[in-house]
Design a protein around this ligand. Sequence first.
Ligand SMILES: Cc1cc2nc3c(=O)[nH]c(=O)nc-3n(C[C@H](O)[C@H](O)[C@H](O)COP(=O)(O)OP(=O)(O)OC[C@H]3O[C@@H](n4cnc5c(N)ncnc54)[C@H](O)[C@@H]3O)c2cc1C
Length: 388
Amino acid sequence: MKPVSHASVSIVGAGIGGLACALALAKRGFTVRVFEQAPALGDVGAGIQISPNGLAVLRALDVAHDLTRCSAQARAVELCDFKRGKMVARLDLQAHAGDLTYLFAHRQDVIKVLFEGCKAAGVDFTFGEILKNTTETTLDFASGLSVTSDIIIGADGLHSIVRKALNGDVAPFFTGQVAYRAIVPNVIAQGNVARIHMGPNAHIVSYPLHQGQHLNLVMVREQSQWVKETWRNPADPQEVQSKFSNFGGDIAAALAQLTHVNEWGLFRHPVAQVWGTSGKVLVGDAAHPTLPFMAQGANLALEDAWVLAACLAQNSDFDRAIALYRSKRIERVSRIVQAATKNAWKYHLSSWPLRSLAHLGMRGLSRVAPHKMVSQFDWIYRFDVTRD
Ligand SMILES: Cc1cc2nc3c(=O)[nH]c(=O)nc-3n(C[C@H](O)[C@H](O)[C@H](O)COP(=O)(O)OP(=O)(O)OC[C@H]3O[C@@H](n4cnc5c(N)ncnc54)[C@H](O)[C@@H]3O)c2cc1C
């Protein structure tokens, strides 16, 4: 094999992980091609939270400025009771983490700034190519196109074909939770705060998008009926409204605005055992799909991209580079995936006494030690891969 820095790289997937990888590698002098199944740049998706650890990577890639301009900066996270929307606890980011920037962004905007960066750095894109199979360092697409390169990066998300080639088929399991996602007009004039409305067996997260004109809603509910794990599955707005009709206060007015909703079955996937070998490697959701309850999927993909590019650029041997990449990432991503898995039940306590007790604890902590409410997440947000 050639020295890694002269190798040709093919990336499968133009999501946040694939684009960030392409840009980080192109900036380090690699020749990069990206293959994406969608016929054009992604226009699917809704709000996505870019936390300081992810923003550090976008800054290092020189694209943070454009994203910051079209996103809202988060001031606080408010935990509210579902019944009348009364606030239980507040994580005041401005007061206790004022040196950090948390963004409420639209996924499309994150994709757009990375894509523009890639184009300026000379990355080559091919859209409308669906990967069907990969053997050794060859990619076989549904169209009949076959591409061989020195390095293949699987940034092909949750249902990754490259992960399957490296790890075999490992079936995920349905968590019994379904997330409904929508963007509605911000008729309740919610400011730059994320609100988590906690109810029995359900919660709703709301935050502003597009300079506060819209609200991004993520409505999560426990249900036994299985739902597909995909971002393109429309649901009936009226049915969704009736599922969350016990939520009161401002959020009820926002729910009344639903016209387009997508539903997404939440599945648990194990973190991949094998991240790479013999010219193939995984990033982002392909390596470690996570439930959305820490809002870290995109941020972890950005971190992966930076670390992978650095490891490939600094090591002349591919397998050594990949071993280093995995060793730098595995502990952190596993801890965040676990934290996201544990977080769901905290917002969903169905028994009234238990919920009251939990809310009392949160209210107490936010009054007595407001700084602690925020600093408990320092290990996630104050971590900066670009300084390593
Ligand atoms: C369409 C879509 C909408 C999303 N919307 C949101 C959202 O609103 N909010 C949020 O928090 N998260 C959203 N996510 C998830 C979030 O972007 C990811 O969890 C996170 O950014 C990690 O990104 P990733 O690049 O690893 O994977 P992904 O973002 O899933 O990107 C994977 C890419 O690979 C492509 N791909 C997959 N299989 C193949 C194949 N066989 N051949 C060629 N290309 C392939 C996909 O089309 C996609 O572009 C969305 C993901 C997708 C795919």
